[in-house]
Design a protein around this ligand. Structure first.
Ligand SMILES: Cc1ncc(COP(=O)(O)O)c(C=O)c1O
Length: 348
């Protein structure tokens, strides 16, 4: 079954020298992984002739300590994307509906469709989270996806609202891919809500997107069901060992967080000065509105591409449109390059 949904991967249309391109389109970490994780990868490379631990016991222990949960409440995935797919397999049958607030991460729709589910989209009015509409929409669905913080809006449903959704007893997936950039999480709630599955990833603050390792935290019943259908060797040897080293390097993670928050504040201020509408964000990206400009997203993105900068055009992002782009926070010099290019764009 094909989802029919294209996963957008921005690529430059130009030939560029290595290092020349500023990639602010995929919400990756601009500094990549901890050097300690890279060191471990080199050592582990010697052992790739052997299969990985199918139960990912060591990463689960490390994550358990990191989050204060029992390792048996964790299921690992080949990226958190894989767990979205596995969750659809356990919660929905063909024709069942999945609630997907929009705009949000396109993989929710893909996971739903490839499992023969039917997405039920609910538009966030002016990109704000209203519990009432979501509660009403939950009525006939089997599963709901909630990004918290949400991609691309950068904001979250509040705790009271989320509690109301959970009280319905419907399975709710709370995707916390960007939690490390915010100061909130509902991982602890998995101890009291059996219908809550929280997703986390090593692709964002830990800078390991290319290795594909993510995980979920949930109650014993859900985790057992996920473990029951997970492919045995879904998380490779390199990913398992690098994830542990990445978690251990707390100082590095804190530095990345500080850099991103400072960069976020800088970009928020400078973009606002240039008359862009910048939505508040608890993540490593900003959703940026162009309604005050005489240009749409394809035009802005083309201009930036010509100047060696890639950002995400949200024209085809369900629930966003041609007035919106999404910008990943980069290193300070990359953020400055973006602002300089946008100044030139505005000056014509
Ligand atoms: C909201 C959200 N969840 C999950 C992911 C992907 O995570 P992973 O790389 O672990 O599959 C992304 C990546 O952009 C994302 O934006």
């Amino acid at each position: 079954m094909k989802s029919g949904v294209k996963y957008p991967l921005a690529r430059s249309t130009r030939e560029l020298e290595a290092g020349e391109l500023v990639k602010l389109c995929s919400n990756e970490s601009p500094v990549g992984p901890s050097p300690k994780a890279v060191e471990v990868l080199k050592q582990e490379a010697e052992k790739v002739g052997e299969y990985p631990d199918p139960s990912s016991i060591e990463p689960k222990k490390a994550i358990g300590e990191y989050l204060g949960v029992n390792p048996n409440m964790i299921c690992m995935g080949n990226g958190s994307d894989e767990i979205m797919d596995l969750a659809c397999k356990i919660f929905i049958d063909p024709g069942d509906k999945c609630l997907i607030p929009i705009p949000s991460f396109s993989m929710y729709e893909i996971a739903c469709r490839v499992n023969l589910g039917e997405p039920k989209f609910i538009e966030l009015s002016d990109f704000q989270w209203q519990t009432k509409g979501l509660l009403e929409a939950l009525g006939d669905v089997k599963l709901a996806f909630i990004g918290r913080p949400n991609n691309p809006t950068g904001n979250s449903i509040d705790e009271d609202g989320l509690r109301e959704l959970l009280e319905t007893g419907k399975p709710i997936i709370v995707d916390e891919a960007y939690a490390e950039f915010s100061d909130y999480s509902v991982v602890d709630w998995t101890k009291s809500y059996e219908n809550l599955l929280v997703l986390r990833t090593f692709s964002k603050i830990f800078g390991l997107a290319g290795l594909r390792i993510g995980y979920s935290i949930g109650g014993p019943k859900v985790i057992k069901a996920l473990e029951g259908i997970r492919p045995p060797f879904n998380v490779n040897r390199l990913a398992q060992s690098a994830a542990i080293a990445a978690l251990e390097d707390e100082e590095f993670v804190q530095e990345v967080k500080n850099m991103i928050i400072t960069g976020r504040e800088y970009l928020q201020e400078e973009l606002s000065k240039l008359d862009f509408r910048v939505l508040p964000s608890d993540t490593n990206f900003l959703m940026v509105g162009l309604e005050n400009l005489e240009a749409d997203a394809p035009k802005v993105c083309d201009y930036l591409d010509e100047n060696g900068i890639l950002v995400r055009d949200l024209t085809n992002f369900r629930g966003a449109g041609p007035n919106w782009i999404r910008v990943t926070i980069g290193k300070p010099d990359q953020n400055e390059r973006l602002i300089d290019a946008l100044k030139m764009f505005k000056e014509g």
